[in-house]
Design a protein around this ligand. Structure first.
Ligand SMILES: *Cc1c(COP(=O)(O)O)cnc(C)c1O
Ligand code: SF4
Length: 434
């Protein structure tokens, strides 16, 4: 197994490729890393990044901060401080000001999704959709490497009052017992697969004898960022035996793999990790945002989905960039995203068409852009809820005026001269009652 080395802005000079990276590029990394999380590891730098093609290489852009992620003024401000070797307290304080302006709590997750029990706020739990509950184990609020486009960046930025985390599994168990409608428990982060196997067991085992729970999902990017977690790492075998235990308890174990680019599932160790996970009876499903500079072309998606089908992974979601952090750098207009999606989707056999998207995780629900159409001479987006706060909205089609530039639901206007979308009134009532 490759030795695990972690690189951040502080020890960047220990990176073997350090001497080959232009000075300007290094300065960009240090500057932007003062605002957004930056952490990469030796597997990523040795196996995924093509160093002869930086800064364009998609794996480099996915893991190393880029200058345009900050507004030019913010970049200049942080760049000056870094150049002047300003005291770290000042740098932190200026960075905090910038962070707080980047919508660190999008779609009202904190206020609208955090449930209560006996008047207690259940921090680190989100319950937005009837049948599924998210749990954020405290020890999982880091990742083997950070994605530059991460929508959970505040989890890693010391913004403690916006952080979702809990280490009290009893609280989750009690909550779920009061909510028998919940069938799916989703462990997320960060990345739950940074935890050692005994911690993973501590969190998951208590759920295995709750009959209403049918599915355990683990959201992870470890297949891409550190596949040794499932092969050569010290407690990898124990982890896989535990996966078998979950499956034999009668629950469905779904590994929700975040895979952004075909390159991530081409290395022998990633392929071996996928094979080993599947041999436990767990099912791997894949999801990723579509992001400019990283995977914004149909060929990348077609290749990626095709490869996933070959490896036995079920393509599940293509997401759109959420309205937070460096969205302006990574976002793709809805019109372009749906075209990329449809072009790739049409080339797949039916087994690859399990994927849904491009999907926006908005406050009222998950909204997929189905297509661009013309109805009574008006060019419109056909949209559909695949998940919604009110389950009655799910699978309902609705229409918005076509726009070449819109990149989120908030940018859209209802079609056919309507004043509002069908769900808006009810959504407003939800907001005011909380
Ligand atoms: C996406 C999501 C889920 C799961 O939705 P599925 O369509 O069942 O995959 C659950 N909770 C939240 C908050 C989500 O964003
Ligand atoms: S793996 Fe997920 S949580 Fe971690 S940095 Fe990437 S997008 Fe964010």
């Amino acid at each position: 197994m490759l030795k695990y080395r972690s690189y951040t802005a502080e020890n960047l000079h220990t990176l073997p490729q350090y001497g080959t990276i232009p000075e300007e590029q290094l300065h960009i990394v240090r500057t932007v890393a003062s605002v957004y999380p930056f952490r990469v590891n030796s597997y990523v730098t040795e196996n995924l990044i093509d160093w002869s093609n930086i800064p364009k290489d998609p794996m480099f852009r996915l893991s190393f901060p880029q200058a345009e992620m900050l507004d030019p003024e913010d970049f200049a401000r942080m760049s000056d401080l870094i150049k002047a070797e300003a005291p770290s307290e000042i740098i932190r304080q200026q960075a905090r000001e910038i962070q707080l302006l980047q919508n660190p709590n999008p779609a009202g997750q904190m206020e609208l999704n955090t449930p209560r029990m006996n008047d207690e706020i259940l921090h680190g739990i989100q319950h937005k959709y009837r049948e599924s509950v998210l749990f954020f184990p405290s020890e999982a609020q880091i990742c083997h490497a950070y994605c530059t486009y991460c929508f959970r960046w505040p989890q890693f930025s010391g913004l403690d009052n916006l952080k979702f985390a809990n280490n009290n599994i009893t609280l989750l168990v009690d909550y779920i017992k009061e909510h028998p409608e919940v069938t799916d428990i989703i462990f997320t982060g960060g990345d739950p697969m940074v935890m050692n196997t005994s911690l993973v067991k501590k969190y998951i085992r208590p759920l295995l004898n709750i009959p209403a729970v049918k599915t355990i999902r683990i959201g992870t990017k470890a297949l891409s960022w550190w596949p040794y977690r499932f092969t050569a790492e010290q407690d990898a075998d124990e982890l896989l035996s535990f996966f078998e235990e979950i499956v034999s308890s009668g629950k469905h174990l779904a590994i929700m793999a975040h895979i952004s680019h075909p390159k991530e599932i081409e290395t022998p160790v990633a392929i071996e990790a996928i094979r080993r996970i599947r041999s436990t009876g767990a099912v791997i499903r894949s999801q990723s945002p579509i992001a400019r500079h990283i995977n914004d072309d149909a060929c990348t998606w077609e290749t990626m989905w095709q490869k996933q089908v070959e490896l036995g992974i079920i393509p599940y979601y293509m997401f759109l960039e959420r309205d937070t952090g460096a969205k302006h750098y990574f976002e793709i207009p809805l019109a372009q995203a749906v075209e990329i999606f449809n072009t790739a989707y049409r080339k797949m056999s039916g087994l690859g068409r399990t994927v849904r998207g491009p999907s926006m995780s908005c406050s009222p629900g998950k909204v997929v852009v189905e297509d661009v159409m013309e109805i009574n001479g008006e060019k419109v987006f056909a949209l559909k809820f695949t998940q919604s706060r009110n389950p009655e909205w799910t699978n309902r089609l609705f229409f918005a005026e076509y726009s070449e530039t819109a990149s989120w639901l908030d940018d859209l206007t209802p079609a056919f001269g309507h004043n509002e979308f069908f769900f808006e009134q009810e959504m407003e009532e939800l907001y005011t009652c909380c």
